[in-house]
Design a protein around this ligand. Structure first.
Ligand code: NAP
Ligand code: MG
Length: 499
């Protein structure tokens, strides 16, 4: 399966790579106006990676002005829909043609296994751009019911300039979830990727322009959240912020919008998703789903199944099975190793934060079943083994806080009612799952888990055709599916009277 993709192959590709960390504004590469930069340390080995332009408010001003000018001129939104489709499909194709390059860039930045970047992240991102590209010439407006002498058009119009602020865990995928629908709807975009993960954002902007996207329609400003991100979210000429990241920063973004021009806000935030397992479930299937659902991408997944809500009689057995699946299948290794299923965490500071949360949890009385330790320190990278803790109750901090590392917290229950109470006792509502062979219970519990996505007897299966997003403090607004277009549009009524 991995063929010529050996560790040596990727190391040579890395040695030969030139890393471009310049911003992309108005169709061309740009430095910060004040010339400042910052260096990204590679999580795979702790060595310096790319040097990025440190964009600030003045650079955001420049990018927003370019985006606004492109929008006003109609160079994109008034193009023949079939032509916009052609450009987006070409862009998706270019992403596929540059699959190895994009996979390498993603892995240099974030430390995930390069084979996952290659076979999952790049593929899903290209598919997303294609999915929304295909929509360009298939979106219809409405004619409202009126009397015979009137005609009322209900037009769905683009908002204007969209600011996209994205996190580091799935940079290509999440960037595409914003870019696809925002651009298909006819908007211009200014993207501020996370400071840890800007390489692929810059590269796909170049590829978009190579495909024919006009200058100014898609700009990338690299830099820090408190500088470039805040300036974008506070900008008076930005019509909407599409944000994915922490709940804490999501709340700030809403505040910025309220303090400035009441721009719209869509928020995809954190989670603490429950995976409920009843004693009658297929425990092997449940163990596999729990392990992969929590540990994939080293637990740096917003909808990770981080709470195992298990019927008391089978909890210990289930945890042993999770340990077996993890040891057998979820190989932790250097991201260039073809065998690696998980790689490094995003950076040392994050790893230390995860370890501190674990320590606090243990002091409270949560007990370690296995794993969750700092490993591979000799590499200089930020590695941690997957692990499981057993909480005294759902009140323990390990059962409440989003850890964003490979840490699963098990909580026992005795009745269906109790299982649901635990599952819903969280400030989040992004995802959840139920494992049982009782179909009546599967139906009841899946309806009652208060979350944007609930799986039955599986975890983390999805497609572009299904909306993704959260309830409660996991945010609002949906990425993916035809519905994602709605939040980048507004309704406009044009009423005409005859005679
Ligand atoms: P984060 O700290 O919230 O950052 C997200 C983005 O916001 C980054 O681009 C960041 O820039 C920027 N930012 C930070 N402070 C800002 C401010 N004051 N104003 C404007 N922008 C600001 O999250 P993260 O550390 O990148 O990612 C981890 C978190 O994201 C987790 O909590 C996870 O649950 C959540 N997440 C949710 C989803 C979802 O779909 N629901 C997906 C992925 C991740 P800098 O990093 O450059 O400062
Ligand atoms: Mg950050």
């Amino acid at each position: 399966m991995t063929g010529h993709y050996t560790r040596d192959y990727w190391q040579k590709a890395l040695d030969a790579a030139t890393l471009n960390g310049r911003m992309f504004i108005d169709g061309k590469a740009a430095d910060a106006a004040d010339g400042t930069t910052f260096v990204r340390i590679r999580p795979m080995d702790g060595k310096p990676g790319a040097t990025f332009a440190r964009g600030k408010a003045v650079d955001i001003d420049r990018a927003v002005a370019s985006a606004r000018a492109a929008f006003q001129s109609g160079v994109w939104r008034h193009k023949e829909p079939v032509e916009r489709k052609r450009i987006m499909l070409r862009w998706a194709e270019l992403m596929r043609e540059h699959r190895e390059e994009l996979a390498l860039l993603e892995t240099i930045d974030v430390g995930k296994p390069v084979m996952a970047s290659l076979n999952v992240d790049v593929v899903l991102a290209a598919n997303c751009i294609q999915y929304y590209g295909e929509m360009c010439d298939k979106l219809y407006d409405e004619i409202a019911p009126t009397g015979p002498n009137d005609r009322a058009l209900v037009r769905k119009v683009p908002l204007g300039v969209i600011g996209a602020i994205t996190p580091w865990n799935y940079p290509l995928i999440i960037d595409s979830w914003k870019l696809g629908p925002a651009l298909a709807a006819g908007n211009s975009v200014v993207l501020k990727p996370a400071e840890q993960s800007s390489l692929t954002a810059i590269r796909i902007a170049e590829l978009a322009h190579e495909a024919g996207l006009p200058a100014g329609v898609f700009n990338v400003v690299t830099g820090y959240g408190e500088e470039a991100g805040q300036a974008l979210a506070k900008h008076m000429d930005v019509d909407m912020i599409a944000f994915t990241g922490s709940t804490e920063v999501g709340k700030l973004i809403m505040g910025y919008a309220a303090q400035t021009n009441l721009k719209r806000v869509a928020l995809e935030l954190g989670g603490k998703s429950p995976l409920i397992v009843f004693a009658d479930a297929d425990l092997d299937a449940a163990a596999s789903a729990a392990a992969w659902g929590c540990f994939y991408n080293s637990g740096e997944t917003c909808h990770a199944s981080t709470r195992l809500v298990a019927e008391r009689s089978i909890m210990d057995q289930l945890i042993r099975k999770i340990e077996e699946v993890t040891a057998r299948e979820i190989t932790l290794a250097h991201p260039f190793e073809p065998s690696a299923q998980i790689g490094a965490l995003i950076e040392d500071a994050h790893l230390e934060k995860v370890l501190a949360m674990i320590e606090a949890g243990e002091r409270e009385g949560s007990t370690r079943a296995f794993g969750a330790e700092k490993v591979m320190t000799e590499t200089g990278g930020s590695y941690m083994s997957p692990g499981v803790f057993v909480a005294k109750s759902n009140a323990d901090s390990l059962a409440r806080q989003e850890i964003f590392g490979p840490v699963l917290t098990a909580i026992p229950f005795d009745t269906e009612e109790e299982a649901l109470a635990i599952a819903n006792d969280t400030s989040y509502g992004l995802a959840g799952a139920v494992f049982t062979t009782n179909m009546g219970r599967a139906h009841r519990v899946s309806e009652a888990i208060h979350a944007g996505t609930v799986w039955i007897n599986t975890y983390d299966i999805s497609s572009l055709a299904t909306p993704f997003g959260g309830f409660k403090q996991s945010g609002f607004g949906r990425d993916r599916s035809v519905h994602a277009i709605d939040k980048y549009c507004d309704y406009k009524t044009i009423w005409q009277r005859y005679a």
